[in-house]
Each structure stands twice: as C-alpha cells, then as structure tokens.
Write a protein that binds this ligand. Structure first.
Ligand SMILES: NC(=O)c1ccc[n+]([C@@H]2O[C@H](COP(=O)([O-])OP(=O)(O)OC[C@H]3O[C@@H](n4cnc5c(N)ncnc54)[C@H](OP(=O)(O)O)[C@@H]3O)[C@@H](O)[C@H]2O)c1
Length: 342
C-alpha cells in the first residue's frame, strides 16, 4: 500500500464502548481520514455514528466490507477478529486489533507506542492492541525497568465496568437504581451484582485458579517489555466504577530505586502524569482521570519489607489509553513509518 494523504479507515464494532472513543479520537487528533467505514452486527446496521459533523450509516460487517480499506480498527471481540482480520488483510488493509485474538501470536506485534513503538514496523498485516490493564502498567513501569531492572511485579487491579463494554455500563446503572429503590438487583452480564460490590473474577478461571485476565497481564507485559525474565502475579477485580482502571502495584527491582528517583523518572516519562503529593491529598482517582490521555501515577513509596521494593498506584482511562487511544497511536506510528504498510 502506498503513502496517501488520506486513508480509508474501517471501524469494526463501531457502536461499542471502545470504538465510540476511537471515532472521537480519530477526529480529535486529526488523523488523516478520507473515508470512515463504520461496521457492526445486523443489530445496529442502519444506525448512524457521527464523524466530522456527518452522520455515517453503520453497515453490517461482511466479507466484502474491506474493499479499498487502508486501516481496519477491530473492536468487536476475539471471535470476530479471528474470522475477519485475515479477510481484511487479504483485501489490502492493515488491521489494528483490540481483542485478545492475536496478541500472543509470534508473528503479530503487540504494541504500546511509549514502550515498543519499533515493533509496529514488523507487522505482517495485523498489529495487536494489548489488554487495558497491561497498557497502563507497562507505560508506568517501563521507565523504571530501563533504569533499575524489574525482577517481579505484584499487581491488584480495580477495573471499571466499561472494560466489559456498554451492556455492563447499563447493568451497573440499572442495578444501582433498583437497589436504591429497595428492589433486587438482576445481574445479567456479571455472575453477581456489581453495584455496591467487588468481583474478584475477570474473564474465565483456569485450572490453576488464576483467571485469563490475570495471565494476560503476565504474558503481555513480558511480550511488550521484551523481557521474559520479569515475574508477574496478578489479582484482577471488577469494581462498580464506570470508567478508569486503578492498579495497586508492588515492584521488586534489581538495582535500588528510591521513591524520589522513581518520581523523577516518571515526571519525564512519555504518556505518564506524575500525580503524587499525599500531603495535599493529591493522588490519582478514576473520577479525575476519566477522559484523560495520560497514565496517572501516585502513592509512590519504598517497600521496606524487601531490599529493593516500591509501591505505586496507577490509574488510566481504560477506554482511551487502555484501548482506543493506544490503537490510534499505533495507527499514527504506522502511517509515520509509511514503508511498513503493506
Ligand atoms: N472496554 C474496554 O476497556 C476494552 C479494553 C481493551 C480491549 N477491549 C476489547 O475491545 C473489544 C470491544 O469491546 P467493547 O468494550 O467496545 O464492547 P461493546 O461495547 O460490547 O461493543 C461491541 C461491538 O462489537 C459489535 N459486534 C458484536 N457482535 C458482532 C458481530 N457478530 N458482527 C459485527 N459486530 C459485532 C457490536 O455491534 P452491535 O451494536 O451490532 O451489537 C459493538 O459495536 C473486545 O474485544 C474487548 O475485549 C475492550
């Protein structure tokens, strides 16, 4: 595919929580879009999405949807990506896939541009966008890893319902309304009530007792950081927050890093907002970080229970940096290094 002034961009899952942000971010960041092709299931074919002041009609995703498409942003789940990403590539598009379908495929780059932008150029048609919890973790930890070498990460997540999609956001609202009206909650998306509750259960359980989400944090962190020696143990928890994932993170480093040194590194790090002044009650919270692009880091403390330990609290907008923004940053890197396009 040749360099173009304007690109035809398809968005698969255009009516979903992530793709809605993608379309907004394409416009916000003035991505050179010549034509936008919104695709979804038959359920919402005929609906409209707004882009650059125009109402565009959502089309039903089909095998012929990718003719003349340069870049296809996929955000409709792993099953759709597994089936349609190769079809899009065959039609000449480069796919940036937001699902888990291709992330651990050895031929597919998994990229967070602040960490491993160079990997994007190695693509063979598909580039994977990492899991939301992993993106914010690696953006904050890579600058510390470069200097002090992280040996082990212990992370507990507090993940918002928008990480599950738009139906889960509606479920939290409905359950909250019902419970505040003294009616019973009727969970549908989640196995239990999410309103006024925490579920230590994200994605399916494995025979080891870990969930798939927890294992994604291990495997994707290693792949993005390009370092299989990092040990990661995760506990992922769904909490009744609409937008933003928060993470309590403990790291053990090879070389000593003081809290002040970590703060100095993070103050300069791309994509990071250091937000750490407990004396003035300054620490990141979902209500402040929702809608922001940066990964916010605060509560940085030395962990005196081990020789070289640090604790951090990391919050990011899971729909933006955790999904849509990261995908658009990949697309920007792709068109900046034109020769890497098919
Ligand atoms: N939410 C996050 O924070 C986050 C973060 C990272 C990755 N992801 C991943 O991004 C993907 C989308 O997540 P989401 O939260 O945006 O989900 P969502 O709000 O539930 O939206 C799903 C989208 O997929 C479309 N879709 C469903 N079945 C389809 C089919 N058979 N053919 C075509 N389109 C179909 C839906 O269209 P209809 O309107 O027609 O149903 C809708 O547009 C998932 O793979 C998810 O794992 C999400």
């Amino acid at each position: 595919m040749k360099h173009k002034e304007l690109y035809t961009v398809a968005v698969v899952g255009a009516t979903g929580a992530v793709a809605t942000e993608m379309i907004e971010i394409l416009e916000e960041r003035k991505f050179p879009v010549g034509a936008l092709v919104p695709l979804a299931s038959a359920r919402s074919a005929g609906d409209t999405v707004s882009f650059q002041g125009q109402d565009l009609t959502v089309q039903e995703l089909a095998e012929h949807s990718f003719a003349r498409v340069d870049i296809a942003l996929f955000s409709a789940g792993a099953e759709i990506s597994r089936k349609f990403a190769p079809i899009a590539v065959k039609a000449g598009a480069v796919v940036i896939d937001n699902s888990a379908a291709w992330r651990m495929d050895k031929t597919v780059p998994l990229s967070v541009p602040e960490v491993n932008k160079a990997d994007i150029a190695k693509h063979q048609g598909i580039i994977a966008n990492p899991n939301c919890s992993t993106i914010q973790l690696v953006v904050a930890l890579k600058p510390l890893h470069t200097v002090a070498h992280i040996k082990r990460i212990v992370v507990t997540t507090f993940q918002s319902v928008s990480g599950t999609g738009k139906e889960a956001m509606d479920e939290l609202l409905e359950e909250s309304r019902d419970l505040l009206s003294f009616k019973e909650a009727s969970p549908n998306v989640y196995p239990y009530q999410i309103a006024f509750n925490c579920l230590p259960h994200i994605d399916d359980f494995l025979p080891t007792g870990y969930t798939k989400e927890e294992m994604k944090m291990l495997n994707e962190t290693r792949k993005i950081m390009g370092d299989d020696s990092i040990h990661v143990t995760a506990t992922t928890v769904r909490v009744p927050v609409y937008v933003c994932h928060s993470e309590s993170v403990n790291i053990e480093t090879q070389n000593k890093l003081t809290a002040d040194e970590a703060r100095a590194l993070l103050a300069e790090a791309p994509g990071v907002m250091l937000y750490d002044d407990p004396a003035h009650k300054i620490y990141p919270m979902p209500i402040d970080v929702a809608g922001k692009d940066d990964v916010y880091v605060g509560r940085i403390r030395e962990d005196d229970s081990i020789a070289n330990g640090l604790n951090l609290w990391i919050v990011a907008d899971n729909l933006r940096k955790g999904a849509a923004l990261n995908a658009i940053q990949i697309a920007e890197a792709l068109i900046a290094g034109r020769s890497s396009l098919n």
